[in-house]
Design a protein around this ligand. Structure first.
Ligand code: AMP
Length: 110
């Protein structure tokens, strides 16, 4: 079970932003921007590359809702999804990072 599945199951607490039947958004425990939220599907799919277009479309719509909910739609924001080792993925459960709250630098190589 991934840490995010444990969050969905309520076994690990999170600072919830928004939720519906299929998706959950919560604040990242180690924020990389003034606002850093993770949007995840409640079902565990390992990463973006393995996710169906339908699931990704729904996650995109949910991500837009989350950004609007916290007011990032007005100031701008960034959506990132890390995939595999070179992508820097630590948690093998599809998630979109929603970053904002200030001007963001553009990342390159570690
Ligand atoms: P990634 O490297 O793309 O897999 O991102 C995983 C993210 O999950 C990191 O930004 C972590 O800070 C975040 N994270 C890990 N555990 C938790 C947790 N219990 N609650 C909130 N965020 C977490």
């Amino acid at each position: 079970m991934t840490i995010f599945e444990k969050i969905v199951a309520g076994e690990i607490p999170c600072k919830k932003v928004l939720e519906n039947d299929s998706f959950l958004a919560f604040y990242d425990i180690n924020p990389k921007a003034p606002v850093h939220i993770l949007a995840i599907p409640k079902i565990c799919v390992k990463d973006f590359h393995l996710a169906s277009p339908t699931l990704l479309g729904e996650l995109c719509a949910f991500t837009q809702e989350v950004a609007k909910h916290v007011g990032l739609d007005k100031s701008g924001y960034r959506v990132i999804t890390n995939i595999g080792d070179d992508g820097g993925q630590e948690v093998p459960h599809l998630h979109f990072h929603i970053l904002g709250g200030g001007k963001l630098a553009f990342p390159t190589l570690a």
